[in-house]
Design a protein around this ligand. Structure first.
Ligand code: SF4
Length: 540
């Protein structure tokens, strides 16, 4: 079986301008495909082609008996192109994953078999039929499987040197009910978790590949089932100590993480370094409208972000514009919030009604769902909305443009990073700070010059410094100037965080280039298509 992962268009998330600097090819490998491989008996052979890293060769197709794709919505176009090629070569095509599950009718013309929903339930049904010498065109089930029985993903199928981050999953589902969220539609509102031991065995498997660096716990909401997380964290801490801290962790969580100081402290002590929060908007009306009640409390959102940073976790934030209650001041309010909260990594985009969500149903019933214009694949993660928003489309696009132009200006980005770094706790002693510096250096600099191959010899300190100097020379003038200013201030104020600050210098370069080379021209193009006096009708 040939496992194929379609290409992503550049997005803020994708880090496409960052990756060449650190000599890597993609942000993350396809966890779903390597999990499916692990669920398949040993007499099947697998080959994985991640089209974000390497091309699909004719020899791969000749080798395969069938081809299995997994894809998310932003991969729709590249999924269909690759699937067409595989079918033209006479290979049966199977599709699964979040996008085929949400939009099976769109995928149907491009494949022979759809294996939908959660693979633990539907993949064995397909395999059973395959063993019997036939298969149906659709395998689906609403059953939510017990993930404590999910086997360890086949990390051995990956070329680890391609990737900046390695994903693992502890839980699926989220107890909340945000109107726009497709996670709870697919995985339910009762979070299901793996056991601590199961997760540690997965970390063992990642470690065995020779990889060291960032491990992203890609849960929909890591703290969705706090009771189970509280069992995991002490075990995880023990594991990291026994293995001499080979990884540091990031995850996604709801903002109410800030209300549990003990949990945040335990996460920081277990080598968690950052967390992605769905903040969405500083507008309480917008949060209530979208049923994101967990973000509305008397304790302000900015204070909650600060509490998380004070515990040692840097914050990435997701933001949305275009709620029905948004008026023209929302753009300034978003800029002010992102700045005040000190969130360098702010992902902002218009509200999108994803298929299957309550929002999609409501917008459709209200007659405000816009027809796809064929260009939405490219823009789905950046400037696109399929909603006839209440705020006029021109205002929405102009406001979006202003926000990203402001927040990804290099000076503004580094000022937020300085605020965030200034809020991180510091070790009380010089020895503690030096220890932190050395540990972070050992995990962070690896990506710039070292292949994660245990067979390769370690580069000298001189080689590392040299590759850092070369890296800096690749940054454009305006950006380099602000990077140096930022680096100098970090060295003066909290030098033990310098290795992490270097990571921010490189990430900021991606945000900067993606903004000026992709997003702004894209938004300008969309604005140019709008009649000047229009209020609605055309999506970006
Ligand atoms: S908190 Fe996040 S995962 Fe949970 S329902 Fe809201 S958007 Fe979805």
């Amino acid at each position: 079986m040939l496992l194929v992962y379609p290409e992503f268009f550049p997005t803020y998330w994708g880090m496409q301008y960052y990756l060449p600097l650190v000599k890597q090819k993609a942000l993350m490998p396809p966890l779903g495909l390597i999990t499916i491989a692990a669920m398949t008996p040993g007499d099947y052979e697998f080959r994985l082609i991640d089209l974000n890293c390497e091309p699909l060769k004719d020899s791969d197709l000749e080798w395969a008996d069938m081809v299995l794709f997994s894809a998310m919505l932003p991969q729709r176009k590249t999924l269909f192109e690759a699937a067409k090629r595989c079918r033209a070569a006479g290979k049966p095509v199977i599709m699964g994953g979040p996008f085929p599950t949400a939009c099976p009718d769109e995928c149907k013309p491009y494949c022979d078999v759809l294996v939908l929903n959660e693979g633990e339930v539907t993949w064995p049904l397909f395999l059973k039929d395959l063993e019997a010498g036939h298969f149906e065109s659709l395998y689906t089930s609403p059953e939510k499987p017990d993930v404590s029985k999910t086997p360890c993903p086949r990390f051995d199928l990956l070329n680890m040197s391609y990737y900046a981050i390695i994903p693992i999953q502890f839980s699926r589902g989220c107890p909340f009910q945000c109107e726009f969220c497709d996670i709870i539609v697919m995985y339910g509102r009762k979070p299901r978790t793996k056991t601590p031991d199961q997760l540690l065995r997965e970390l063992d498997a990642v470690l065995a590949t020779g990889y060291r660096g960032v491990v992203f716990i890609v849960d929909d909401n890591f703290i969705g089932n706090k009771k189970e997380v509280q069992k995991l964290i002490p075990e995880l801490k023990r594991w990291t100590e026994v293995h001499n801290h080979p990884f540091y962790f990031g995850t996604e969580a709801s903002v109410n993480l800030a209300d549990d100081v003990d949990l945040m402290d335990q996460m920081a002590a277990a080598d968690f370094m950052w967390v992605f929060l769905g903040i969405e908007t500083p507008s309480a009306e917008g949060l209530k409208e979208t049923h994101k009640f967990q973000n509305v409390t008397s304790f302000s959102l900015a204070d909650r972000v600060k509490a998380i940073q004070n515990s040692g976790l840097l914050v990435y934030g997701g933001f949305i514009i275009g709620f029905d209650s948004d008026v023209e001041d929302i753009f300034d309010r978003q800029i002010a919030f992102i700045t005040q909260a000190g969130i360098p990594n702010a992902m902002i985009g218009p509200l999108v009604a994803l298929p299957g969500t309550p929002l999609h149903k409501r917008i459709k019933e209200e007659g405000r769902l816009l027809e796809a214009d064929g260009d939405e694949d490219r823009t789905v993660a950046s400037g696109y909305t399929n909603i006839q928003t209440k705020i006029p489309m021109r205002k929405l696009l102009e406001g979006h443009r202003r926000i990203i132009q402001t927040i990804y200006n290099p000076r503004a980005y580094f000022e937020r990073a300085l605020i965030a770094f200034g809020r991180l706790p510091r070790a009380a002693t010089l020895r503690g700070r030096l220890k932190h510096f050395l540990w972070m250096s050992s995990v962070m600099f690896r990506g710039t010059s070292v292949r994660r191959d245990p067979a390769q010899s370690k580069p000298s300190l001189w080689a590392k410094l040299n590759s850092f100097r070369e890296l800096m020379q690749q940054l454009p003038g305006e950006y380099r100037k602000e990077s140096k200013r930022f680096a100098w201030q970090i060295l003066r104020k909290c030098p033990e965080h310098f290795p992490r600050a270097l990571g921010y210098m490189l990430m900021g370069y991606h945000y900067y280039r993606f903004t000026i080379e992709n997003m702004l021209p894209e938004l300008d193009g969309a604005l140019a298509k709008l009649p000047t006096d229009t209020t609605q009708k055309t999506a970006a």
